[in-house]
Write a protein that binds this ligand. Structure first.
Ligand SMILES: C[S@@+](CC[C@H](N)C(=O)[O-])C[C@H]1O[C@@H](n2cnc3c(N)ncnc32)[C@H](O)[C@@H]1O
Length: 261
């Protein structure tokens, strides 16, 4: 099982050598953004959601909740995160309490298919569909929770034709729960699940640069207080991801869609 870490907040405090409440936002961002590109990737995604205060946004596969808190802070919206992994939801709730955002940001534990919420103004998902075999149902389930015309943004990992990356990877320890498709296949699946395409951007070059900067920070001694230190085989998983991006085996694409009427 890939997402098997527990007691994540205690681990973060041990690694950071301080209470989480004492850390700066920048320090917390190192732990709770579970995707390539960190908080900067969320910044790139935000404009396409067209958010305004008072709206309610759905974060599908919310992980440790870093993106949900960032979106809430940046937009004034309420954000609801849904995630399958109980220990991640526990950590997301605790981090949200520490950040003083419990009125604005909440989390539910479970599969998006079993989530009973509806009528969201917007939704996004970052680095989740790689774990989902039936992608058409996954995106259709997201669509069912959105108002007509709602904006939907994605930031996702794709593979090249006929090539597979070497595990362990951030989303899969042994490859058995990795279901990668090409960028064209992913875009087509989202469209056929009830969304109209607004924008599709290949972010691979930008993500490669982000990995270079990230690697330099780790080499300079910043690795202890960052996400890889929290995860089983974390550094190897990140390294394999970075190599697969560098060699053209993987790519990262940002998508923007609206729910079809
Ligand atoms: C790589 S993490 C990304 C977390 C978060 N989106 C982020 O970028 O910080 C993938 C997350 O997707 C969750 N997940 C996978 N399949 C899911 C599903 N069908 N419904 C809800 N969550 C799911 C996992 O539990 C995990 O927390």
């Amino acid at each position: 099982m890939t997402y098997a870490e527990t007691d994540l907040v205690a681990s973060m405090e041990r690694l950071a050598g301080d209470d989480l409440a004492a850390l700066t936002q920048e320090q917390r961002d190192q732990f709770d953004q579970f995707h390539a590109g960190g908080s900067e990737a969320v910044e790139r995604l935000l404009p396409s959601l067209h958010l305004a205060p008072g709206m309610t946004v759905l974060d599908v596969g919310s992980g440790l909740g870093g993106p949900a808190r960032q979106v809430a802070r940046g937009s004034g919206c309420a954000v609801v995160g849904v995630d399958l992994t109980p220990a991640y939801v526990d950590a997301a709730r605790e981090l949200t309490r520490i950040a003083g955002l419990t009125e604005q940001v909440s989390f539910r534990c479970g599969d998006i298919a079993a989530f009973d919420g509806a009528a969201f103004d917007a939704a996004y998902t970052l680095h989740v569909q790689m774990n989902v075999e039936d992608k058409k149902t996954f995106f259709a389930e997201i669509g069912r929770r959105l108002l007509p015309g709602a904006h939907f943004a994605t930031f996702e990992v794709c593979r090249s034709d006929g090539r597979q990356p070497t595990p362990p990877l951030p989303w899969s320890l042994d490859g058995t729960d990795s279901f990668l498709v090409t960028a064209g296949e992913l875009r087509g699946t989202i469209r056929s699940s009830g969304f109209e395409l607004v924008e599709w951007v290949d972010e691979t070059a930008w993500v490669r640069q982000w990995f270079e900067d990230f690697g330099a920070r780790i080499a300079a001694g910043g690795g202890q207080a960052a996400l890889p230190a929290l995860l089983t085989d974390g550094l190897t998983r990140m390294l394999n991801f970075a190599i697969a991006l560098d060699t053209g085996v993987l790519s990262v694409h940002r998508g923007s869609f609206v729910k079809a009427p």
